[in-house]
Design a protein around this ligand. Structure first.
Ligand code: HEM
Ligand code: HEM
Length: 126
């Protein structure tokens, strides 16, 4: 875990692929009941993770321990939450969705702290 932007972007790319294939499956089958799961997997695992990676690249953060921890929560959080929402919708069992959303919220909290600790310093002289 010594290149956080790369880890974020590569994970995001593969999760996007999975999320898009899931969307394609919904479209082809005509069964859109997993819409909420697909939406969260894509928006957390693709969009949010890519944004985290972009921030780390812009802020020059590649091995900060708190950021490593943040990514360690964000990646499984998005996948567990996406799959958990599908299970919750199909079976009513919400445990996995709850665990996933907890991981997602912890990662969001850590990220908020990191933006304060290591703010972007845009060199805008002149
Ligand atoms: C090949 C790529 C994709 C396919 C085939 C696909 C397919 C679908 C389908 C069939 C639905 C259900 C629509 C409905 O019943 O109203 C849906 C919903 C949704 N998708 Fe995708 N999707 C794809 C990629 C993405 C990506 C990349 C994102 C986010 C970055 C995304 C975000 C959403 C959201 C937020 C919804 C829920 C919209 C709502 O609340 O009505 N999708 N998608
Ligand atoms: C821990 C974090 C989150 C929780 C617990 C959560 C929970 C929920 C819930 C309960 C719904 C209603 C779903 C339904 O009616 O079936 C919803 C919808 C939605 N959420 Fe989230 N959400 C979270 C994070 C996010 C994030 C970060 C995004 C975007 C980046 C997002 C985008 C959406 C969208 C687009 C919808 C409407 C589409 C749908 O029906 O699924 N959510 N969310």
């Amino acid at each position: 875990m010594n290149n956080l932007p790369r880890i974020c972007w590569t994970s995001a790319a593969f999760i996007a692929l999975g999320g898009m294939l899931w969307g394609l499956h919904m479209a082809i089958s005509g069964d859109h009941s997993n819409l909420a799961a697909h939406a969260h997997l894509n928006l957390l695992g693709w969009v949010s993770l890519a944004l985290y990676g972009t921030y780390y690249q812009l802020a020059g953060i590649t091995r900060l321990t708190l950021a490593r921890l943040q990514v360690l929560f964000a990646i499984p959080g998005s996948v567990i939450m996406g799959i958990g929402i599908a299970i919750a919708h199909q079976t009513g069992a919400e445990e996995m969705a709850k665990i996933g959303s907890l991981l997602v919220i912890i990662s969001a909290l850590l990220f908020a702290v990191i933006t304060v600790m290591r703010p972007l310093r845009i060199n805008n002289a002149g």
